[in-house]
Design a protein around this ligand. Sequence first.
Ligand SMILES: *Cc1c(COP(=O)(O)O)cnc(C)c1O
Length: 232
Amino acid sequence: MNLIHKNIDNVRRRVQNACKRVGRNPADVRILLATKTISPERIKVAFEYGETLIGENKVQEVVQKYTSLKDIEHEKHFIGHLQTNKIKDILRSEVSCIQSLDSLKLAQKLHTRLFAENRTINALVQVNTSGESSKYGISPQRTVDFVRELEEFNTIKVKGLMTIGLYSSDFEKVRTCFRILSSKKQEIEKLGISNVEMTELSMGMSGDLEIAIEEGATIIRIGSAIFGDRNY
Ligand SMILES: *Cc1c(COP(=O)(O)O)cnc(C)c1O
């Protein structure tokens, strides 16, 4: 059996087991393939096996892979830090959701461009739940106000929150990150802000997907557990 297919089986099994433990429906947890550095040929192998959602970190990679993948039905999210000078390129490449909305400046420029093109885009607000200075994202303390400030940018349809948990073998610390995200989601839901829905929690990667699912993840972003270690 193909190794990528075998790895996908294994991830699907992990999702099912985690869901079973907390009484969730596995259909409520989508697997997003984190495909940075992965060639279109290998991404196609995952599509053949029924996967439909990918996430890229770099605008340049999205653009490079666009032609090879455009004839295969799939959905594409952007999960890396988006520089404002790349907004045009990303909007041209049929990305359906920007999971990494992390500044008002980005939201402002994105809105201006979307408004000019008479269209909208889905987005998740990236929250820096681990507090590491190396990570992008809005601080948990500022997240509610930030989402309120997004209300005026009505071309940006906020669908939820995203975080990258602490990279650590101390699973309780990792869990704390995911709990912070989940509690912010609940806090924001209660406010009923227009253009803002809180349906998605994008959290959990190859090493911590079980914890993320236990804490309410609706999208898990999986790279190495499916494609193996990355060669940069
Ligand atoms: C690479 C990446 C992932 C996947 O990480 P793995 O540990 O390889 O599963 C998830 N989210 C983001 C934002 C990434 O850059």
